[in-house]
Design a protein around this ligand. Structure first.
Ligand code: NAD
Length: 469
């Protein structure tokens, strides 16, 4: 982190600012703020060449007010205990904001993926799962990991396979981790969920005329200029859905540098160019920017940091030109930068809300795993048949004819992906309204409002348990 205070301290500062707007008892606020448990492990990896490397890893469960706890596993060199605890804390509030009934957790494995073979990463992942299992830090009702920076469906498949071989409760084993491949119990729409949720959140934010006019913008995504940092799972999908929604992607940044074109960049063409040349740079028609961070300061309406935390600091905040910042990554804006940007009138859509699409769809995946049935399996044909009866009756009464293809299009029952996307859009829209209402009522920024919403919900949950009557 480029800021002098740690990531966890930054999260605590945000918490304290929001807590001051509530009237909960001091002890209860303390309980909501602290991290309930952290497991730090160090285990040996036998490398492909026979040498032994000691791997450091963590799992942090921030809040047990609801179980299971939930949060991704990060594979990165920069992972440390402070970061894992900060991210677990954000997960608790994120789940509360989008009404997902989980406590927050986060895992981290301190490795540079590029230095290890696939077989070595598999051994690390399986051993990490074993360590979690042996200390009761994983299970469908205990703690359910998911992908995060540096991990994806493949790692989740190794985790579920290892867990299944250890547990004596195979019936619920699939629910021990989310973000799995479809054939391993995953749900359709999970891979792109965080990016799609980012799109839904931004779409909601730009739909309020008051909030847009005060920043010299019109409503709607169409025609807005956007810069995205990070073309990984979250950044790529966010950029792609925004482009499909009519936004103009003028800048894209990866760790090797950034590109800018005020006429717009085609996201898939840039990804294909990067695959072919190994770099985002030298994309036809675009200007190269030497540093990824240079892109953050280029002109645009909406800036979406979607790579890592701490990229907008007190050092560069004053030079940011965007009027809206959509925090797709966790913690991209430091607490000091936050104050500078708010002073400038920038609308910051906070991470605890904006990137909650992943955990929302993870919740749907977990429900699917526990119910052992694909969403839409029981209802799709029934819906289609009843829609057909209605359309036929209407067409008959109007003397109209309708082709088989038209009939198919209007009567189709909802399948799993339709239901997941609809549940995600509803979740993101509802949560945005809740946060905005509190921001207006308390005359505060959206991050503080989001924390207030979360603190109140966690407080209710503790009170209902009778711990804090
Ligand atoms: P990812 O590993 O798929 O992608 C990260 C991308 O950022 C990579 O392409 C990497 O090359 C790039 N990157 C690294 N350093 C960079 C730099 N300095 N400048 C520009 N690009 C850089 O990870 P992800 O899953 O997309 O996660 C990104 C962020 O979103 C993280 O903060 C993560 O915690 C957060 N997040 C992810 C999910 C999820 O479902 N995957 C959910 C919520 C939040």
């Amino acid at each position: 982190m480029s800021s002098s205070i740690s990531f966890l301290d930054q999260v605590h500062r945000m918490f304290d600012k929001a807590a001051a707007h509530t009237s909960h008892e001091e002890g209860l606020l303390k309980q909501i703020r602290i991290c309930n448990s952290v497991y730090h492990m160090e285990f040996p990896l036998v490398r492909d060449d026979g040498s032994i490397k000691v791997v450091k890893a963590w799992r942090s469960e921030h809040s047990h007010h609801k179980l299971p706890t939930k949060g991704g596993i990060r594979f990165a060199m920069a992972v440390n205990e402070d970061e894992v605890a900060a991210l677990a804390t954000l997960m608790t509030f994120k789940c509360a904001i989008v009404n997902v009934p989980f406590g927050g957790a986060k895992g981290g494995i301190q490795v540079d993926r590029k230095e290890f073979s696939e077989a070595e990463i598999e051994r690390i992942t399986r051993r990490y799962t074993y360590e979690l299992f042996s200390k009761n830090f994983i299970g469908p009702g205990i703690d359910v990991p998911a992908p995060d920076y540096g991990s994806g469906p493949k790692e989740m498949a190794w985790i579920v396979d290892t867990y299944r071989s250890l547990t004596n409760d195979p019936l619920t084993a699939l629910g021990c981790v989310t973000g799995k491949p479809i054939a391993q119990g995953g749900v359709r729409g999970r891979t792109e969920a965080t990016g799609r949720g980012t799109y839904f959140g931004i779409k909601e934010a730009v739909s309020f005329a008051d909030d847009m006019e005060s920043r010299g913008l019109t409503t709607g995504i169409e025609g807005k200029t956007i810069i995205v940092q990070g073309l990984g799972n979250v950044g790529y999908h966010a950029a792609k859905f925004i482009q499909e929604g009519g936004g103009i992607i003028v800048g894209l940044a990866e760790y090797e540098g950034a590109i800018y074109d005020e006429n717009g960049l085609d996201v898939d063409a840039v990804v294909a160019h990067r695959k072919e040349t190994g770099s985002i740079l030298d994309f036809p028609g675009a200007t190269n920017l030497a540093q990824s961070s240079d892109a953050l300061e280029m002109p645009c309406d909406i800036l979406i940091p979607a790579a890592l935390e701490g990229v907008i600091t007190s050092e560069n905040a004053a030079r940011i030109k965007a009027k809206i910042i959509g925090e797709a990554a966790n913690g991209p804006v430091t607490a000091d930068a936050d104050a500078i940007l708010l002073e400038k009138g920038v609308l910051i859509i906070p991470d605890v809300y904006l990137n909650a699409g992943g955990v929302t769809v993870s919740y749907f995946e977990w429900l699917k795993n526990l119910s052992h049935v694909r969403f839409g399996r029981m209802s799709k044909r029934f819906e289609q048949a009843s829609n057909e009866r209605i359309v036929k009756a209407l067409a008959d009464s109007m003397g109209a004819t309708i082709s088989e293809e038209e009939m198919m299009q209007v009567t189709k029952g909802a399948d799993e992906l339709d239901l997941v996307n609809s549940g995600l859009e509803e979740t993101m829209a509802t949560a945005y309204h809740e946060i905005r209402d509190v921001a207006i009522e308390k005359k505060t920024d959206f991050r503080t409002a989001a924390f207030i919403v979360a603190i109140n919900k966690v407080a209710v949950s503790y009170s209902e348990m009778g711990i804090f009557p």
